[in-house]
Every structure is written in structure tokens, then in C-alpha cells.
Design a protein around this ligand. Structure first.
Ligand code: PYC
Length: 318
């Protein structure tokens, strides 16, 4: 029987499961190379860790590993119910409180080697985490797409460590009581983007869809609903999604460097964000809070027909 040691946390309601021991042996190469090995040789472990019966569709896994970049303190590969993420903002906050819980870090800054590039994360005095994300940008403004059953939708295509399509012109009420309708609405948009060849750079699939609307709380600037690649919605305001939003706001002249943006999630949790501009690149800074909620050994028993979880590819999730 195999044991995988995990620490669970949630960031603004969105779960992160960090694998601290017993994960796949991926070697010491660049993080992207290790991700490819994870995907091609050990994908069943990804599924075992995050999918039912041990996990659920919302959990983002984070494999803690040694960094390749020697300036970094740790390396991390993020994954979910259907595959892998280049970066994850809420997951980075979860990883930071996990490292603190393990006694590996105290207050201060850590450099993390992620598939998207180096991310700096700071554990603040009062327990929150601030991350400085990879450079983020808007690739295209007001891109129209015909969505079967909905009609023409217009949104921005932006990078925040993952690819996003951000829609503000819609008539959907962003309410936690409407998760199923919002999921179906955004899922159709995602499928239409794919069917119409609308992608990120290098033909990369846009696998996160964000709807924006007015905030419910006077403390925030906007509310969002974020559909993740495996059809789960982000309970948090989404760190990479908020980064993409900040890049769009900056490009539109609606946000100045250093100006605070408070992003509310569909469940009412909040991230604070701002941008720093260096050498013409936009670096989002996102602050949120994460809390530890479990430490456990996952037990993988080969006799169990669902030892490796109930596996699906995103294409089969409809
Ligand atoms: O916080 O970046 C994020 C994220 C991506 C997917 C789920 N959360």
C-alpha cells in the first residue's frame, strides 16, 4: 500500500491539497519538464490525490518539490480534477500557510519555482499572504464569439498565469444561488471559444472563463464567477483570474500602478490586488488568507478498484 502525505487548506473558500511526501519521482529537471513527466507517467497519482473518492472537483493539488531555479526556496506543480495548471494564486497562498504550518518558513518572502515562472510570495505578519505573480497581460480586447443557445458574447482574452476570457457584458445575476446556471453559461462560452479557434498565445486553450459584475459588498470593487478547467467554479476570487483582470483594467486606464482593487468571489470572499509596472511588464500583487484544515495520509490500495480516483478528461465533462 502506498501512502501520500498531504496537508489541506482553503484560501477564501477554495481548497488546496499540498502533497508533502509520497508523490511521484519526477527528477531534478526544469519544472515544466517535471510536469510533463507527471502527466505522461504518473497521471493516475494526480487523480488519486484530488478526485473522488478521496477528493472532489474543487480541490487544487500542489506537488511540493525541490526548485530547479536556484534562487527559489521551493518548487510547485499545481493540478486539478482533469489536468495541470501553470500557476494557481489561491494555491500559492495555501502552499505558503502549509510551509509555515510545517515549520519550514516564517514571516517573510519566498521565491517559488512554478511552471509559469518564478512567483514571489510573502507571509505577512497578520497571517495573510501576498503574492507577486508572473507578468500578466491582455492579449485581445472585446473578442466576440457566437455561443450556441446564448448568442453573441464579447470578452477580453488575458493571461494571469493561466488563460482567461473575461466577460462583463452579460445579463447573469452573480449570486451563489445560481451556481448551476452560471456554470452552464460559462461552460458554453468555453466550448464556443474552442470551437471557434479563439485561443491564448501559441494556440493555448482558454480554459478559465470569468464573469464580472457589481459587488455585493461595499468593501469590494467587483464580484466574479470563475469557471475552472474541470467545470468546477472557484470559491475564491481566483488569484490568476484577478491578475488577468488587473492587467485588463490597467490596459484600459481604469487602474493606476499601486491602486488597490478589491475583488469579491461568488461566495463573498475577497482578494486585494494592485499592479506594479517594471520594464513595461505588469506584475499583479494579490493578497488573501488561507487556513489549514487537515493533515492526513492518503492510502492507495491497489486492490481498490477506485484506488486512482474516478478519472475524467475535461473533454468528457459536459
Ligand atoms: O487562484 O489562480 C487561482 C486559481 C486557479 C484555479 C483555481 N484557482
Amino acid at each position: 500500500m502506498r501512502r501520500v502525505k498531504i496537508i489541506d487548506s482553503h484560501t477564501a473558500g477554495e481548497p488546496t491539497r499540498v502533497v508533502i511526501a509520497g508523490g511521484p519521482e519526477l527528477g531534478n529537471g526544469p519544472i515544466l519538464e517535471r510536469l510533463e513527466r507527471f502527466r505522461s507517467q504518473f497521471d493516475e497519482l494526480r487523480s488519486a490525490v484530488v478526485n473522488e473518492p478521496r477528493g472532489n472537483d474543487a480541490i487544487v493539488g500542489a506537488l511540493l518539490c525541490a526548485p530547479y531555479d536556484e534562487s527559489c526556496h521551493a518548487g510547485v506543480i499545481f493540478f486539478n480534477n482533469v489536468g495541470y495548471l501553470k500557476m494557481c494564486g489561491h494555491g500559492t497562498m495555501g502552499l505558503m500557510v502549509t510551509l509555515a504550518h510545517m515549520g519550514k518558513i516564517g514571516q517573510g518572502t519566498c521565491r517559488l519555482d512554478t511552471v509559469a515562472g518564478v512567483v514571489e510570495a510573502q507571509l505577512n505578519k497578520e497571517g495573510s499572504v501576498t503574492l507577486r505573480n508572473v507578468a500578466s497581460y491582455r492579449k485581445a480586447r472585446r473578442v466576440p464569439v457566437e455561443v450556441p443557445g446564448i448568442g453573441r458574447v464579447t470578452g477580453d482574452v488575458a493571461w494571469g498565469g493561466n488563460w482567461f476570457y473575461l466577460v462583463s457584458d452579460h445579463e447573469q445575476a452573480l449570486s451563489v444561488d445560481r451556481i448551476e446556471e452560471l456554470t452552464e453559461f460559462t461552460w458554453r462560452i468555453r466550448q464556443a471559444l474552442g470551437a471557434n479557434g479563439i485561443t491564448g498565445d501559441g494556440g493555448e486553450e482558454i480554459d478559465h472563463i470569468e464573469l464580472y459584475g457589481p459587488p455585493s459588498s461595499a468593501e469590494s470593487d467587483a464580484k466574479n464567477f470563475v469557471l475552472c478547467p474541470g467545470r468546477a467554479y472557484d470559491r475564491s476570487p481566483c488569484g490568476t483570474g484577478t491578475s488577468a483582470k488587473l492587467a485588463c483594467l490597467y490596459a484600459d486606464g481604469k487602474l493606476r500602478e499601486g491602486q488597490l482593487w478589491r475583488q469579491e468571489s461568488i461566495i463573498g470572499s475577497i482578494f486585494e490586488g494592485s499592479v506594479a509596472v517594471e520594464d513595461g511588464n505588469i506584475y499583479p500583487r494579490i493578497t488573501g488568507r488561507a487556513y489549514i484544515n487537515a493533515e492526513a495520509d492518503l492510502i492507495l490500495d491497489e486492490r481498490d478498484p477506485f484506488c486512482y480516483g474516478i478519472r475524467r478528461s475535461w473533454a468528457s465533462v459536459t
